[in-house]
Design a protein around this ligand. Structure first.
Ligand SMILES: [Zn+2]
Length: 406
């Protein structure tokens, strides 16, 4: 078996096939970039992806009730899913851009614009990997689902919570194609959004002694949060957990009144071993008496109108380096490049919080583009990354089977 697999992903034909697809991958990516789609507006870009999946010969293409697109290749027993979210962040102030962010300018070996690396590039490479699998006969005892998910920028993991609970697919593994600079990533910190609400008693501000000013009771908490940040756990792989106050808000009938309530918003990044329960308990321990500590919820409907509420708790996930999925990704890279890839982690959060953080499906990352230009006005993706990623995705399924059985 291993001989046939080795032969099946012989480098030369894969290199040639990928090179032959380069212009089409770039063209498809530029088409995707030209369809702006912030979270909850992905309908048109999903339709464009459907068209391309059908064109290159996927066996089945469906759009689920949330609006995620799922393209299938093969019908074997091991189920491999790959994900690219289809929404992007906005462009902010257009004057900050030196070129049209929705044009997909091609220059210096890069495609430039909003959504290039984050992460229409992943989608473009995956769809053409599908074509290469078909053209080169890289099929086997696996089913590959190429997924274009919705709402990631607003609520990472939500689409995968939905797909894994509601779409009736039970994957053995998930590959996230967010930018990794062609490295293999095996986790990242989690995060949560917390608010602390403190009630007081409103009164005329000309006689503040009649009331109870909640802002004064929140101020020591703010200082305690700053100290809490200093003592949060450190993990040698993921780095340190963090907490930051990002907003203070009062509810007051007038600026000439003592407010009746005050709330603070907390951005919490979770490292290994930190959970919703531990993070909430830490805040409760320093909050004034009677304060309410709330983990916020996300319940914005998707572009199809489907509501799937979720707490804004995005759990940390890390897959051990010796896990068969990490080894499969490393083997795939090694076959294509003749050397071991860098194995690392993302700084930002991805849909892995849904697939692995919440649903415990082994998840790994490999994607075109550099993480640090995501969400910036110099967002871009190297064209050779598109080609290399397509080769990786085409070679991955058989290498996964080989690593599993090896
Ligand atoms: Zn992203």
């Amino acid at each position: 078996m291993s001989t046939s697999v080795e032969t099946a992903i012989d480098r030369a034909p894969l290199d040639a096939a990928a090179k032959a697809c380069e212009a089409e991958i770039v063209g498809f990516l530029r088409d995707l970039i030209a369809i702006p789609a912030e979270s909850c507006q992905e309908g048109p870009v999903i339709q464009r992806i459907k068209q391309e999946m059908e064109k290159v010969g996927f066996d089945e293409v469906r759009i689920d009730p949330m609006g995620n697109i799922l393209g299938r290749i093969g019908s074997g027993s091991k189920v491999i899913m790959m994900d690219s979210h289809t929404d992007t962040v906005g462009v902010g102030d257009p004057k900050e851009w030196a070129w049209d962010p929705y044009k997909g300018k091609v220059e210096d070996g890069f495609v430039w614009g909003r959504g290039t690396c984050d992460q229409r590039a992943g989608m473009a490479s995956m769809v053409y990997a599908g074509k290469m699998i078909k053209d080169l006969g890289l099929l086997g005892d696996y089913t590959l689902w190429v997924v274009g998910s919705v709402q990631e920028e607003d609520c990472d993991g939500l689409a995968w919570l939905y797909i894994l609970r509601e779409d009736g697919i039970r994957p053995d593994c998930v590959v996230i194609t967010e930018p990794t600079n062609l490295h293999v990533y095996r986790g990242h910190r989690g995060r949560m959004e917390i608010e602390v609400h403190v009630r007081g008693r409103s009164c005329h501000a000309s006689a503040p002694e009649r009331g109870d000013n909640p802002i004064y009771r929140v101020m020591p908490l703010v200082q305690e949060i700053e100290k809490l940040n200093e003592r949060l756990k450190h993990d040698s792989f993921l780095g340190k957990g963090t907490i930051a106050v990002t907003e203070i808000r009062s509810m007051t009938p007038s600026l000439c009144a003592v407010p009746g309530a005050c709330s603070i918003h907390l951005d919490r990044r979770l490292t290994a071993g930190e959970t919703l329960e531990s993070a909430v308990a830490e805040v409760k321990a320093i909050a004034p008496e009677g304060a309410e500590v709330e983990v916020l919820s996300y319940e914005v409907p998707s572009y199809t109108g489907l509501k799937y509420p979720m707490q804004k708790y995005y759990p940390t996930w890390v897959l051990p380096e010796e896990d068969v999925l990490v080894r499969s990704a490393v083997n795939t890279y090694r076959k294509l490049n003749g050397r071991k890839p860098v194995v690392d982690k993302w700084v930002f959060s991805t849909n892995g919080v849904g697939s692995m953080g919440m649903m415990r499906v082994p998840t790994v990352g490999f994607g075109p583009g550099e993480e640090d230009v995501a969400h910036s006005v110099v967002e871009r993706v190297p064209i050779f990354h598109l080609v290399e990623a397509a080769k990786f995705y085409a070679a991955f399924p058989l290498t996964y089977l080989e690593t599993l059985h090896g």
